[in-house]
Design a protein around this ligand. Structure first.
Ligand code: PA5
Length: 434
């Protein structure tokens, strides 16, 4: 079976292969600390073995709840923010048809609680009006303001439309097993609930019910997603030698680039469906490493779209960046450029060629230009965009993130800085106790 590949050759120049391989023992040690639970933040390592530890019964239960929501609802609203929605959105966007929502495929999955936009909530309520909808409310702490606010509004709308009893049958809560306002509410209202394990942080929770339930509601095969993740769990274990361990190589390379002055990593894709995989990745690495006045700033672009907006900066702006490109080897469909008798657009030189061939040449041309322009280039190739390889990719990034954070010397599993804005906001809002 084809495998995910990681190529670092085009990143060499700013750093050498010897420098990367000189980090092998540190990267392996970091990976061992993840496995032995002897590193910083070791009470948040539950994500490490999720693919190999989730049971058939747990999966069947998630699938049954998803099927129930699918049978009852035209629309399912996923309420959550940060790690409580980005993983689901990344997978659902990557594996759904680009025009599913416009072509009437049901259920439509929409999102709330990831902002405090009054217009957004008004428009969402208007859209849901007279539609049969359900809600998956996700919050590990159960106290996050954005999703709590959205849920209060949507819960009332659902109860007003259907009555309390029917509304209850369409609300699922994913939260802590005992703590938080959402747990109290869910128990009191007797909602169906799923537990986010204590030892899994939000941004590492895509392979728990946080991600799996909405993904299954969207009709995506969660067993295959986990099968891919399991393969990567095995392939990135600390016993796997450094030269074969993609997570360790990626972690070592990005840390060497950082030390050489490359402070910004731009995740680029050449596939429009991967936009939210980049959003998920930005949180994963940004929140895990950006602390103690250190850490690579994570940015992202969609190519070729953003070559027409950010291409100039990447080619000739400050040389503090490097690029990691996610490339999908094989597209799922084939579209050929047709021959045109008149050739007024001058494209007959491409007649009979596939659109993917054009895209691949754009990718290669971009890589050459950016490398020439002093932008080190890492390339991750996934064989095709499906559940199995996406599961591999997500787990690969998680594992590499843990290793990378340890190489950087920070605790990759906390996020103390996120509290600062909340304290100010609560004080300004006169929340009791602030
Ligand atoms: O990764 C994290 O910890 C955060 O992004 C959280 O997931 C986010 O702040 C939402 O928190 P909660 O799930 O507690 O509502």
């Amino acid at each position: 079976m084809a495998k995910i590949k990681l190529e670092i050759e085009k990143a060499l120049g700013a750093i050498t292969k010897e420098q990367v391989y000189a980090q092998a023992s540190k990267a392996m040690e970091a990976n061992r600390r993840l496995e032995n639970g002897t590193g910083k933040g070791n009470d948040f390592l539950g994500w490490l073995h999720l693919p190999s530890s989730i049971t058939a019964a747990e999966l069947a239960d998630i699938q049954a709840t998803a099927d129930l929501l699918r049978s009852k609802c035209e629309v399912v609203v996923v309420v959550g923010i940060g790690g409580s929605y980005l993983g689901a959105k990344a997978v659902i966007d990557a594996l759904s048809g680009s025009f599913d929502q416009l072509s009437g495929k049901k259920p439509v999955v929409v999102y709330a609680g990831h902002n405090i936009g009054e217009d957004y909530l008004h428009e969402l309520s208007a859209y849901l009006n007279n539609k049969s909808f359900g809600i998956i409310n996700i919050s590990k702490s159960g106290t996050t303001t954005e999703p709590a606010l959205a849920f209060r509004i949507l819960k009332k709308q659902l109860e007003d439309a259907l009555g309390k009893a029917e509304a209850k049958s369409r609300i699922v809560a994913v939260t802590d097993k005992a703590r938080g306002a959402l747990r109290t509410l869910a128990d009191k209202e007797t909602y169906k609930t799923y537990v986010i394990p204590d030892n899994v942080g939000g941004r590492f929770s895509v392979l728990t019910p946080v991600g799996l339930l909405p993904i299954a509601v969207a009709g995506i095969d969660i067993q295959q997603l986990l099968a891919g993740a399991l393969e990567m769990e095995k392939n990135t274990a600390s016993a796997v030698p450094f030269e074969e361990n993609l997570a360790e190589i990626y972690a070592a390379t990005r840390n060497e680039l950082y030390k050489s002055g490359k402070k910004i990593e731009i995740l680029a894709n050449f596939h429009p469906k991967l936009h939210y995989v980049s959003e998920w990745w930005k949180q994963l690495y940004g929140e895990s490493e950006g602390k103690e006045q250190k850490g690579i700033f994570t940015a992202s672009v969609d190519f070729t779209t953003d070559l027409h907006s950010m291409g100039q900066w990447i080619q000739e702006g400050e040389r503090s960046i490097y690029e990691t490109v996610i490339s999908v080897a094989k597209s799922n469909y084939q579209v050929e450029v047709p021959f045109d008798e008149q050739d007024l657009d001058g494209l007959n030189f491409l007649a009979g060629r596939r659109v993917d061939y054009v895209n691949k040449q754009a990718e290669l041309g971009t890589q050459m230009a950016h490398v020439d322009g002093g932008v080190p280039n890492l390339r991750i190739e996934i064989p095709e965009l499906n559940e199995y390889y996406l599961g591999q990719l997500l787990y690969f990034f998680e594992r590499a993130c843990g290793v990378s954070g340890y190489l950087l010397g920070v605790n990759p599993f906390d996020q103390p800085g996120v509290e600062a804005y909340k304290k100010n906001m609560f004080k300004l809002l006169n929340k009791p106790g602030y």
